[in-house]
Design a protein around this ligand. Structure first.
Ligand code: HEM
Length: 418
């Protein structure tokens, strides 16, 4: 999940460094790549009028800035709200804010290091590799359930349930909770919409409150009777007398549950769409383990699920000739960086056989996605099983992306086979 950074006004930007695109304009969020191509051809560091802050669209700047310690996800450890002109928190989203308060994504070292170390062990490759057979089984089960229908919305019946069940089971929640978790998460994600309405905020806050109440009950249960799951691990692990509070466990569990599926769902949808629209033979894309991995990496590069992450400048500084004041926000455009023609040959072409493969879809630096090894296994297994079981898959309705620009994913992906 992306945390919401508050932006204060920036003035004195040269007109040639300004660019405009409304994140809620359907033409834009259905296909932001035209706007990205213009930035690549022009100034990749530009002032995005609608957001009111500087953004970077090129691969080099995005990779560098994600690792640059002069920038952070959090600002209030180095400045007060008054000092940098940040508005006060809104009382009607207090439950939502509480879920973000101890979120790894919003912390800076040493608090970040402490929390991340504690959960990281569960997500290292060696550990999540053990989930591969379960993921394969789930992919097969989903296909069993709709194979005879001849057509399906792949997002709802395949892409969404697999990662939701996997992360629920890891945390220690029953698979049957997956639909409810998806509902809470989808409603909370609307908070990241550009220009979010009051009603949407209220609904996202209600979802956060219900999610929190549910988890508080489970946490109390696990305190009484620990199990072999991540929730119990977080509650009981003790590093030299240092234990996590209920609120820290709550924030972390919600982050893992939400981040643990949203982007994977979108990458599955975007990836299947890219494969089917490319005209390439899907069988050749999953012919070996190595090629399966390369195909998934190209899906992540070509149509990334998360397009914009933000950072605060933690001090006054200059980057590539752009002067930033402490507290200024910068936008790092992951989806645009992945299409940078200075970094990739035929960047606009979906090519799982490319020799210059790379992407910043999982971020970089201290907040690099903790779930990347798990997401990669989920994507490899789900897509491989899908194309093996339904080799004659085809798209039967023009796919449309949802109106949450940061989360670039399809509302529906209607496919058929024979
Ligand atoms: C294709 C799937 C995924 C993508 C593209 C993705 C992308 C990202 C990105 C870009 C960040 C860094 C954000 C920033 O720097 O501000 C991030 C962080 C994170 N992701 Fe993922 N993610 C995916 C799947 C997952 C999964 C499966 C999990 C958990 C099971 C997960 C958990 C997290 C967590 C906990 C963080 C915060 C790490 C930190 O702040 O130290 N993600 N993810």
């Amino acid at each position: 999940m992306a945390a919401i950074l508050q932006v204060r006004p920036v003035t004195d930007v040269l007109p040639r460094l300004r660019a405009s695109a409304s994140p809620q304009d359907p033409q834009f969020f259905q296909d932001p790549y035209g706007f990205y191509a213009e930035r690549h051809a022009d100034e990749p560091g530009f002032f995005w009028e609608e957001y009111g802050h500087w953004c970077f669209a090129d691969f080099r700047s995005v990779s560098e800035l994600l690792r640059d310690k002069r920038f952070g996800r959090h600002i209030l450890h180095v400045a007060s709200r008054e000092e940098i002109g940040l508005p006060q928190p809104k009382p009607h989203v207090a439950d939502f804010d509480l879920t973000e308060q101890h979120s790894l994504l919003n912390l800076e070292p040493p608090a970040h290091t402490r929390l991340r170390t504690l959960v990281n062990r569960a997500f290292v490759s060696r550990q999540v590799e053990q989930l591969r057979p379960r993921i394969r089984q789930l992919a097969n089960q989903m296909i069993d359930s709709f194979e005879h229908d001849g057509s399906v919305d792949l997002i709802k019946s395949f892409a969404a349930p697999i990662p939701a069940i996997v992360i629920a089971e890891m945390i220690g929640l029953p698979a049957e909770m997956a639909p409810q978790l998806l509902n809470w998460s989808n409603r909370m994600v609307t908070m990241y919409m550009y220009n979010v309405s009051h009603e949407t905020e209220l609904d996202a806050n209600r979802a956060a409150a219900d999610f929190t109440a549910y988890l508080r009950e489970v946490i109390a249960e696990r305190r009484r009777q620990p199990q072999q799951d991540l929730l119990s691990h977080m509650l009981t692990s003790d590093r030299a007398g240092d234990v996590l509070s209920d609120d820290e466990v709550l924030s972390t569990a919600i982050l893992l549950l939400n981040a643990g599926h949203e982007a994977t769902v979108h990458t599955t949808g975007n990836g299947v769409k890219a494969i089917l629209e490319s005209g390439l033979d899907p069988q050749s894309l999953f012919a070996s383990e190595g090629q399966t991995e390369a195909t998934v990496e190209e899906c992540l590069r070509f149509d990334a699920p998360l397009h914009l992450f933000t950072r605060y400048a933690l001090m006054d500084l200059e980057y590539n000739g752009i002067r930033l004041r402490k507290g200024d926000v910068v936008g790092l455009m992951l989806g645009a960086a992945n299409r940078d023609p200075r970094r990739f040959v035929h960047a606009e072409r979906f090519d799982p056989f490319r020799t210059d493969a790379a992407n910043v879809s999982f971020g970089a630096g201290i907040h690099f996605c903790i779930g990347a090894p798990l997401a990669r296994i989920e994507l490899q297994e789900a897509m491989r099983v899908l194309f093996a079981r339904l080799p004659r898959l085809r798209i039967v309705e023009p796919p449309r992306y949802a109106n949450v620009y940061h989360f670039h994913g399809l509302e529906r992906l209607r496919v058929a086979w024979d």
